[in-house]
Structures are given as C-alpha cells and as structure tokens.
Write a protein that binds this ligand. Structure first.
Ligand code: NGO
Length: 531
C-alpha cells in the first residue's frame, strides 16, 4: 500500500510531511471550516495506491456528470448526483454527452486489472474521471469521491462550499471479495427504513454484503407463506417482551432491491436447528411430542432445538429454505447452526447434512457458523468463524478440519468484529462475553494471518455482526457500529495498515458522521480533534 494520509499535502501541520497547504482557495487548512478538503489518501478503507498531485479540482454550478451511453454508469451517476445536489446546490446534470470536463464515469471492459470491484479515480484541473471494469467498481469510486469532498457535502441542505477534490490518482482494488455486515433483526426488530439507512452507511465504506439474522428464539421476522404462524405467532414479541415485528415478502424484496442499488448482496439467515424457540412456539407439531412451547423473551442461548427425528421437521426446512431462496437473488443462504446445545452431536450432524442439501437443491451456496465443523460440510460450503482469543484449540482444530475439506471462511472474530460488544466496562449497551472491544482492538488483526494454519486463499472475507439483545434503536445501533464498523471494512478491503495511521483517517470521518446525523462513540483511542 503506497498510501499516505496527508499525501496531497493538504493536511495541517503537526505530523511529518503535511502542512504544506497548496493554497488553492479557502478550503486549504481551515481547521474549523466545514468546506475543508481532505487529503487524497484520507479515505476509509485505505486505497491500494495513492499518487497525489498539487492543487484541487473544484465542482461548480457548471459541472456535469458524464456517463456515456451506459445505463449502468448512468445509474451510478444519478446516485452521485442525488448525493451531491442537496448540499452543493448545483444542478449537476447527468448527461451522455462526452466532454473533457466535469465528473466522468467510464465503464471499460478492457480494464481487467480493476477486477469486479476495483476502480481508478483521476482528479485534475479539468475533470474527475472515475474508471471501472464493472458497475460495482464505479460505485465504490463514488464513495471515495464523496470522502474526498468536504464533509459538509453529506448535509441535506445547501452549504457554502467550495466543493474541492484534491488532485491526483487513486487506483484501488479490494483484498477480499466478501466484506459483510450483519444485523440481528430477531432479538429486536428493525424496520425496512432503519435497514435502508444502515445500508447507505455500509456502502460509504465499501461493504458489499448485508447478512440479516432473520430468526431466533425471540422472534421469526420473515413471512413464509406455507407456514403463516411463523409470523402471526412467532413475530409478536422480542427480547424484553417488546412488540416485535416482521418483514412481509414485499418488505424483504424492497430491502434486497435497495441493497442491490447500493451494490450490496443480501444474505438471509434462518438459524437451525437451535435458536428456534419462536418457530417451535408457532408450530407445536415441530416439538418432539407436539407439545406447546413459548417464545423466549430472555437472552439465554442454547436451549431450543428442532426435532431431528421427525419428518415434519424436514417439510418445514424445505418449505422455508425454498421460499427464502426464491426471495434471494444472491448466491448465499445462511442456515446458522450455532449453539445447538440442545441437539445431540449425532442429531446435529444428521440435521446439518440434510439442511445443507436443501440449500443446494434450491440453487444456493450454504453458509453456516463454524459449528458446522460438527457435521460434514457440503461441497462449496462457507463457514463463518466467530471465535475469539480464548477459543479452545479443539474448536480451532475443527475449523482447520473444515478448511481441509475445502470450506472457505468468513472471519468474524468476536473480540474484534462483534459490534454488539461493549467498548468499555462503563458502557451500558452491549455484551462482553468475548471481552471489551475498544476501537483500537477492533482494528488489531489481519484476516490473512488470523487463524494459524488457514491460508489466505481460504479466507473469503470478513463480517461485522450487530447482535441486538441490548440494542433497540437506530441511535444505539449506530453508536455501536461507529467507528468500529470501519475497522472491519478496512480489514476486508485493504491489505496491511497500522493503527497509528488508521486512527487519523478514522478521526477524519467524524465530520462526515456529524453531517449525516450518525451517532458514534467518541473513543479516547481516536484523536478526534487533531485532524
Ligand atoms: C453469539 C451467538 C448469538 C449472540 C451473540 C452475542 C453467535 C454466532 N451466536 O454469536 O446468538 O447473539 O453471540 O454476542
């Protein structure tokens, strides 16, 4: 990585190499100015290569967004215009007319080195040119461009500007294909609008997967037509006995559509065979003797199980997976498999083998938590590792065993990526079973070297889950996610990276969060006032 955070020479004094402001207008060096231009490398996640040049490019009332004849480039151009118009007050027409000026979006199939998600951003006096091989790359380029504009660009009312972008060239490709965030909508329900807001925030940091934990002991949150009581009974409550909620199929399609418009793929999770109290309460016939049982409103885990020896269990699993697969244009379907402590080891292996086969039957690639080690993994299966520093050698060996059978891993080490964990002991929100996760700790790992004996090629990517036992509101979710979400985003996108440098780029994002109305934790480990 050849990135330097103040590479454009537009930072302020105090750290070696910056402070030589180029003096191109009021944006230079104005510490409190809402229109201060970030330096070219001050982007999260860190770009692969940053070559700064002197000066800035300025967006003006005459700037056009040039997208050529491509509908895909036009969609990204319209998205960019939608972001920039409210704060700049500029018309920013999206046009197919070619020209050497303005913001130019180019899709070029010959740019093979940029891959499925990479891009190049070239900023000069005359223009800012974004080039990618695929639409996702152009979309990511737009996120970088946003971060290179003054933070006030994120506001939704007209701001004074000027709207400057540092000059130079960024070339950027991700380290990992899977860069995910998970929301547990089962412990507490989050509405379509709340999820959309989070999707927009994830997109800003180039997260490309949204994993929704849709079912758990406390609630079943997705309509299944063939088993309607899952929602009419199973969705009515939540942790603490609150009012619950669920997505209709149209709601869910809207989440999928919206996420796709931000180049995120939605991965639905239906957690089997444990974490199923809500399903068992909805359909007593899923219990061993057909007995009635209750939805759980506490936060304990590991007490519920589908009945592995009953045929109806597999009718249920087949119907649910079929209907969820139908709602899923993406590749992956997650079947949980964690903490099945109320299922015998033998039953677990039988159940997981059958459930994986159903996922394959409906054309999806199976994902499961790493307890999948207790069963035979299906060909192509992906396991999500959620261990932590204290995870036993035996459990780690199980994960190595999976990798030896060709399973790829999504890494979600709980003491780094779990956004539900407390930052400090004083925190009211959050859990701490894996320890405290201050912001510096959330960055303190390398996916390529994290698990001894797991080669980099076996790592599909990373994911930051938000479990919601203690979280009920958007403000709470954001407070837990920001800033730690950015650590995982960077570990997924960028190779390498040191905390002492990352923390400065992190601090540089705070003005943006404030402009966007994002609640965040002002960690003492981050020098908020120094940038
Ligand atoms: C565990 C558990 C979840 C909890 C979470 C809380 C996994 C994969 N299963 O993670 O049920 O909500 O911890 O941190």
């Amino acid at each position: 990585m050849s990135c330097s955070i103040d590479g454009g020479g537009r930072g302020r004094g105090g750290r070696g190499g910056d402070g030589q402001g180029s003096g191109d207008g009021p944006a230079a060096g104005g510490g409190e100015s809402p229109a201060r231009t970030p330096a070219l490398g001050r982007v999260v996640p860190a770009p692969s290569s940053v070559e700064p040049a002197a000066g800035v490019h300025t967006l003006t009332a005459d700037t056009a967004i040039r997208v050529g004849e491509s509908d895909d480039a036009r969609a990204v151009g319209e998205y960019l215009a939608g972001l920039l118009r409210p704060s700049t007050g500029h018309p920013l027409p999206v046009t197919s007319e070619d020209g050497a000026d303005g913001v130019r979006l180019r899709l070029d199939a010959a740019e093979s080195a940029l891959g499925a998600e990479g891009y190049r951003l070239e900023s000069s006096d005359a223009s800012v040119t974004l080039t990618a091989r695929e639409p996702a790359g152009l979309f990511h380029a737009v996120q970088t461009l946003r971060q290179l504009l003054p933070a006030a660009v994120e506001k939704d009312t007209a701001q004074p500007g000027p709207w400057t972008v540092p000059r130079g060239t960024i070339t950027d490709v991700p380290a990992y294909a899977y860069r995910g965030a998970m929301v547990d909508v089962a412990r507490h329900f989050f509405t379509v609008e709340q999820i959309k807001r989070y999707v927009d925030q994830l997109a800003l940091y180039k997260i490309n997967k949204l994993h929704l934990h849709l079912t758990d002991d406390q609630g079943w949150r997705i309509a299944v037509d063939s088993w309607p009581k899952l929602t009419s009974v199973g969705a009515v409550t939540a942790v603490g006995g609150g009012s619950g909620g669920f997505y209709t199929k149209d709601d869910y399609r809207e989440i999928v559509r919206y996420a796709a418009s931000r180049h995120l793929e939605v991965i639905p999770e239906i957690d089997f065979p444990g974490h199923t109290a809500a399903a068992l309460a909805s359909y007593p016939e899923l219990n061993p003797e057909g007995e009635t049982s209750e939805i759980h409103t506490g936060v304990e885990v590991g007490f519920s199980s589908l009945t592995v020896g009953k045929d109806i269990t597999y009718d249920f699993v087949d119907d649910v997976i079929r209907e969820i697969a139908e709602l899923t244009p993406g590749e992956y379907l997650h079947i949980g498999g964690d903490e099945a402590d109320a299922t015998s080891q033998e039953d677990y292996a039988v159940f997981m083998e059958k459930a994986q086969a159903v996922v394959a039957k409906y054309g999806k690639t199976v994902v499961a938590w790493h307890q999948l080690a207790g069963a035979r993994p299906a060909p192509g299966a992906v396991a999500q590792y959620w261990g932590y520093d204290d995870t036993s050698a035996a459990e780690r060996a199980g994960v190595l065993g999976l990798v030896g059978q060709g399973v790829r891993l999504i890494l979600s080490p709980a003491d780094r990526t779990y956004l539900d964990h407390k930052y400090t002991a004083e925190e009211e929100l959050g859990l701490k079973w894996a320890g405290l996760v201050e912001v510096d700790r959330s960055y303190d790992w390398d996916p390529a070297a994290y698990l001894d004996g797991v080669p980099r090629e076996a790592v599909l990517g990373v994911e930051a889950p938000v479990w919601t036992e203690t979280l009920e509101t958007t403000e709470q979710l954001e407070y837990m996610a920001f800033p730690r979400l950015l650590s995982t985003a960077e570990r997924g996108w960028s190779s390498g990276g040191e905390w002492d440098e990352f923390r400065l780029r992190l601090a540089g994002q705070a003005g943006r969060w404030e402009a966007m109305g994002i609640t965040y934790y002002k960690s003492p480990t981050v020098p908020w006032d120094e940038v």
